[in-house]
Design a protein around this ligand. Structure first.
Ligand code: XMP
Length: 510
């Protein structure tokens, strides 16, 4: 196994995902709890990036002992700078910072094993740093430099098995990023045995052990995480497990019915609770997105709690918590290890004294999808469904929410989805949806002027939902979608397509 020392970078999870994609098991450990004594099965260490300069008094520190050559180490960005700093080299603020796409030239004199099989001597990588290395520690050599600024962009000390890159091999924008990580795993001699499908047997056994002879409940949102967790537990526990689907009135057209139907084909008997009136009453007149989210989260707990209490002797709660939910919530600073609960269900287990069952808390979404599809035989519509936020359409109606606005948005969104499926684009796009803006625009229909609503369309491609690009439709596809929405949805006379990248925009509008 490989351990990743998390020094606070937003990209630490990407490193873990990449390593697991290369079939090596890896875990992320916050820098302040990384042990001095290395576990026996440890094959290598990766030190992540981070937002601080090595000279900040808040900068993350880990023990220098891990750099003594016992296992290979790869430092990334801050990881590189902290290695240089700890081993007696010099890091200073750069005059020309490097952010974004940057060309680097690989050393012509020394062929680093980190760059094995890279046929080009210049590659484009993704940088994000303000400090640079001025002096290398003893025993290190430079293996590449940035073309424009001649800054050191990778170093190594093969004797001590320390390798470090200033750029981010874990992001898609770095050419040969996967190859570089793969080369590091080869240097480590890492065993390529990680495979989520193979883990399935252990996962079933562990879950069976925990819920044996007990009655439990679970929340279903319709997304792949909670559905897969419920199908798995349902298969093990049968009728002693009670999944509950709360319809908050903020779902898409026919969504409740479709989710119930798909889950029943997977053998799950779900309790459907229609709480739409309560949610809509509480949201009346509320425009602020934060307030909308809080009200919805709070109401969900109230409704779910009431329903769950009807299940006699329930002693556990199933949640589709994933590894990113767990690591995102372990703060880098401070001793607390509070864990973010799956959306909207936060607070329930403590309140109801339920034991939490989270079968997938060590896995990533793509790993769950493999299990859902290959081991549980779940339908494609659930496994590859675009993510849908817990607060639902409430954060896709800009401004206050009314039944009329919900109806307009549902119709527009359904047309958008229908066309994407018809044109075989749905599974090519990571997430797509319609937004009802709070703008009215002037138009003409027949001989008459109109003053009606504006629908925004969003379609993005992304691997991790932390960065995303807008999807490049063909003109005729957008034209069909736009014409259909304007012709078929009363109250809409204009459709706009959102071409913002994340960052700086987010995927949702609110
Ligand atoms: P953003 O808008 O932050 O979205 O770029 C990234 C991903 O998260 C989803 N999202 C949410 N999911 N509750 C959720 O359960 C929320 O409040 C929420 N806000 C955003 C979003 O749909 C996208 O997949």
């Amino acid at each position: 196994m490989i351990k990743i020392i998390d020094c606070g970078s937003q990209l630490t999870q990407n490193i873990a995902r990449r390593v697991r994609e290369l079939n090596v098991f890896t875990e992320i450990v916050p820098f302040h709890v990384f042990p001095d004594s290395l576990p026996r099965n440890l094959e290598g260490i990766i030190i992540s990036g981070g937002q601080f300069s090595v000279y900040d008094n808040k900068s993350p520190h880990y023990s220098k002992n891990i750099l003594d050559g016992r296992v290979p180490v790869l430092g990334i960005c801050y990881g590189l700078q902290s290695i240089v700093h700890l081993l007696g080299g010099k890091v200073s603020p750069a005059e020309n910072r490097e952010y974004g796409q940057t060309s680097i030239g690989l050393s012509r004199i020394y062929n680093s094993p980190l760059f094995n099989d890279i046929i080009h001597s210049r590659i484009d990588v993704w940088m994000s740093h303000g400090d640079i290395v001025e002096e290398l520690p003893d025993g290190f050599i430079t293996t590449s430099r940035s073309v424009n600024n001649n800054h050191i962009s990778s170093i190594e000390n093969s004797h001590k098995k320390i390798y470090a890159v200033q750029f981010h091999p874990e992001v898609d924008h770095t050419n040969y990023g996967r190859e570089i990580l793969n080369n590091f795993l080869n240097i480590c001699g890492a065993i390529r045995s990680w495979n989520p499908e193979k883990e399935y047997g252990t996962l079933v056994e562990n879950t069976r052990e925990r819920i044996k002879g007990k009655v439990g409940v679970g929340g279903i949102s319709g997304g792949v995480d909670s559905s897969t967790a419920s199908v798995l537990v349902g298969k093990i526990a049968g009728r002693s497990y009670h999944p509950i689907f709360v319809d908050n009135g903020l779902l898409r057209l026919d969504e409740g019915r479709e989710v119930m139907k798909s889950l029943s084909t997977s053998g799950l008997d779900v309790d459907y609770v229609d709480a739409s009136e309560i949610f809509l009453a509480k949201l009346k007149g509320i425009s602020d997105p934060d307030k909308k989210r809080k009200i919805i989260g709070h109401e969900f707990i109230a409704v779910f709690e009431e329903e769950a209490r009807k299940i006699q002797n329930a002693s556990y709660l199933v949640q589709g918590t994933l590894y990113p939910d767990v690591i995102e919530s372990v703060p880098i600073y401070g001793a607390s290890s509070e864990i973010k609960r799956h959306h909207n269900v936060g607070g329930l287990p403590e309140k109801m004294e339920l034991e939490l069952v989270e079968p997938f808390r060590n896995m990533f979404k793509d790993e769950i999808r493999k299990i859902a599809e290959k081991k549980l035989g779940m339908p494609k519509e659930i496994v590859w469904r675009h993510p849908f936020p817990g607060p639902g359409l409430a954060i896709r109606i800009i401004g206050d929410i009314t039944p009329e606005k919900l109806s307009v948005l549902r119709k527009a969104d359904a047309i958008f989805m229908e066309e994407l499926k018809k044109k075989d684009l749905y599974y090519e796009i990571s997430q797509a949806f319609a937004v009802l803006t709070n703008t009215q625009s002037i138009g003409v229909m027949g001989d008459e002027g109109t003053y009606q609503g504006v629908i925004g369309l969003r379609a993005v491609t992304t691997n991790d939902f932390m960065t995303s690009d807008w999807y490049g439709f063909r003109k005729e596809d957008l034209t069909t979608i736009s014409n259909r929405i304007i012709n078929e949805v009363k109250g809409v006379n204009r459709v706009v397509y959102d071409i913002s990248q994340k960052p700086p925009a987010t995927i949702e509008w609110e």
